[in-house]
Design a protein around this ligand. Structure first.
Ligand SMILES: CCCCCCCCCCCCCCCCCCCCCC(=O)SCCNC(=O)CCNC(=O)[C@H](O)C(C)(C)COP(=O)(O)OP(=O)(O)OC[C@H]1O[C@@H](n2cnc3c(N)ncnc32)[C@H](O)[C@@H]1OP(=O)(O)O
Ligand SMILES: NC(=O)C1=CN([C@@H]2O[C@H](COP(=O)(O)OP(=O)(O)OC[C@H]3O[C@@H](n4cnc5c(N)ncnc54)[C@H](OP(=O)(O)O)[C@@H]3O)[C@@H](O)[C@H]2O)C=CC1
Length: 515
């Protein structure tokens, strides 16, 4: 029997961010491996016209939870959605709900965050810093609490090259920032934001670093651990390979590449692509929850959930495999044939943006206009290029994350736990993983039917023919213009024609002789 699975049996677990990518996979694994857990409290806000109950219903009825329903048929009864908005005071939780949470919670997994790179400083601090402080305050009033697991990011210290599993101090005290945001108006906050974040690439990573400092400062005598995943990707193995459900991180770019919108990227081909499958992160989270509660380390331990130093893959290898998969399993209705050109050179990147991205979008929009339809491709292309530029910082650098604590924990697990809660990324076969990832993007994110593959292949063939036709026509037009204007071009043309003529005459003469 797995010790970790047994540990969560009978427990009341509080999860923030349960409706997010990581949160859903965490809940799924908990229910599947510890169906006898007492309850999972999730802090949820209504969203996109859906009530709390509708959101929970949708999650539990999704494909991700199919296996859970077999092992834990009463899963609906074990999940308790609590109305909460983490950007509000006291999270806007009702008194009764708060009382229940304070008196019953055994373990907290704090996943909620704003992960947008371009969020306002005010909102990002509210979510990633103030809410963390508020949750720690709540945790300190929970008599039954055994462990508090905070999810940060491996990029919270991306202004450093080598990152250890320690909490680094930030230049400005989080408390000072929280206090000043209370009286500064929005315009001033946005003005000072770039100065505050200094060498952090965006507000997200900066506020996640502040969040870690808050954890350290407000930890009191709680059992706390911090987990820092790198770029969280689709599931590797569990509950099935390739599950993914949002367009964050690589997902949006994989779609843009598969649809033929994005054919070049400013990326350093040899830089490490530090992807980590979401189920690997979740297994580590559950193992850390168990270890922190049972072994009670004296200080707050940080665990890196990264792949780079144990099983590195680079962007070139990833790009090649993504394209190879699209050859076999193309996306439907592609705009152009998928192609990947990675360049770290600024000039070349601008060139590809103009030639490979903007020009085809403008031409296509002209075609839409001429056929009486609304042009839209330039807008789509601008959106994709904006996203790609926001991610540029992360695909043009490599970091070294030490993983002593993560490896130590691995060695503490029983063989059964190592199997059930596997977070040993050394066992990951990248080529297989990326293929399943791309397939998952097609199936679970774009909801494309596999029966449409032959038609998608036909469509790509048509695009290839259009491409050849277009290039030939373009060549002939340019050549014709050159001949009309330049004597040198005319000379070259006559030379080529007379050379071909001589060659043909020689060929004809030699075949006549043979006869
Ligand atoms: C050459 C070709 C290549 C080929 C080969 C390819 C190989 C692969 C290469 C891969 C290289 C990967 C590099 C990864 C590096 C990651 C580093 C992460 C490091 C940190 C990791 C972390 O620690 S943590 C999480 C990271 N954090 C994010 O990764 C959020 C980022 N991102 C944003 O910060 C905002 O995204 C940003 C961008 C501001 C735009 O913002 P924006 O406002 O312009 O656009 P939005 O995102 O809002 O959405 C735009 C439209 O998508 C719609 N949409 C939204 N969700 C949807 C859904 N689920 N399904 C359907 N549609 C959805 C939405 O409804 C909009 O549609 P509409 O316009 O019609 O309304
Ligand atoms: N994905 C990645 O690549 C990485 C993620 N991480 C970290 O992992 C954690 C989870 O990320 P991920 O699952 O990808 O992110 P998602 O954006 O998918 O999920 C974020 C979660 O936070 C919730 N949330 C946001 N704002 C509020 C609010 N005001 N009140 C209540 N809930 C709120 C969201 O709820 P709602 O559904 O209502 O919006 C959602 O459940 C984050 O802490 C992130 O920093 C770290 C490294 C990489």
């Amino acid at each position: 029997m797995s010790m970790i699975a047994a540990f969560y049996g009978g427990k009341s677990i509080l999860i923030t961010g349960a409706t997010g990518f990581l949160g859903k996979v965490l809940m799924e694994k908990l229910f599947r491996t510890s169906p006898d857990l007492k309850v999972i409290y999730i802090l949820v806000r209504p969203k996109a016209g859906q009530t709390l109950q509708q959101r929970v219903f949708q999650i539990l009825n999704s494909k991700l939870f199919e296996k859970v329903k077999e092992v834990c048929p009463n899963v609906h009864e074990k999940i308790r959605a609590i109305y909460a908005d983490l950007s509000q005071n006291d999270f806007a939780i009702s008194k009764e709900d708060m009382q229940e949470l304070l008196s019953c919670t055994n373990i907290i997994f704090h996943c909620a965050a704003t992960v947008r790179f371009d969020d306002t400083l005010r909102h990002a601090v509210q979510l990633n810093v103030t809410a963390t402080r508020q949750l720690l305050l709540m945790a300190s009033q929970m008599p039954k609490l055994e462990a508090f697991i905070h999810i940060s990011t491996a990029y919270s210290n991306c202004n450093l090259k080598h990152i250890d599993e320690v909490i680094y101090p930030c230049p400005v005290e989080p408390k000072k920032i929280i206090d000043s945001l209370e009286w500064l108006d929005d315009a001033i906050i946005e003005e000072i934001a770039p100065k505050l974040i200094r060498d952090w690439p965006n507000i997200y990573t900066y506020t996640k670093a502040l969040g870690e400092m808050v954890v350290q400062q407000e930890s009191r005598n709680l059992n706390i651990a911090i987990i820092r995943p790198s770029i969280v990707g689709a599931t590797w193995q569990e509950p099935f390979p390739g599950w993914v459900d949002n367009i964050n991180g690589p997902n949006g770019l994989i779609i843009a590449a598969g649809k033929g919108f994005l054919r070049a990227l400013k990326a350093t081909p040899k830089a490490v692509a530090d992807l980590i499958p979401v189920d690997t992160v979740v297994n580590l989270m559950l193992a850390v929850g168990w270890y922190t509660a049972v072994h009670r380390p004296k200080s707050t331990l940080v665990y890196h959930s990264t792949s780079g130093n144990l099983n590195p893959c680079n962007w070139h290898k990833m790009g090649v495999q993504v394209l190879a998969t699209f050859e076999k399993i193309p996306l439907e209705r592609a705009f152009r044939r998928p192609y990947a050109n990675f360049t770290s050179n600024n000039f070349t990147s601008q060139y590809w943006n103009a030639v490979s991205h903007r020009a085809p979008a403008i031409i296509y929009d002209c075609y839409l206009r001429l056929t009486g339809r609304k042009p839209r491709m330039t807008k789509v292309m601008n959106q994709i290029l904006r996203t790609a530029s926001m991610l540029e910082y992360f695909i043009n650098r490599s970091w070294e994350w030490s993983t002593y604590n993560t490896e130590m924990l691995m060695s503490e697990l029983s063989p059964e736990d190592q199997r059930v809660f596997n977070f040993d990324v050394r066992q990951l076969n990248w080529l297989e993983y990326i293929e399943n990832y791309v397939l998952g993007v097609k199936k679970y994110l774009l909801k494309e039917d596999m029966a449409g593959i032959p038609e998608a292949k036909q469509h790509l063939k048509r695009l290839r023919n259009i491409h050849y036709l277009f290039n030939t026509a373009l060549f002939l037009i340019v050549w014709r213009l050159l001949i009309a204007r330049s004597q040198m071009a005319r000379n070259v043309w006559f030379f080529i024609v007379s050379f071909c003529y001589k060659f043909l005459s020689y060929f004809r003469a030699s075949s006549t002789l043979k006869v």
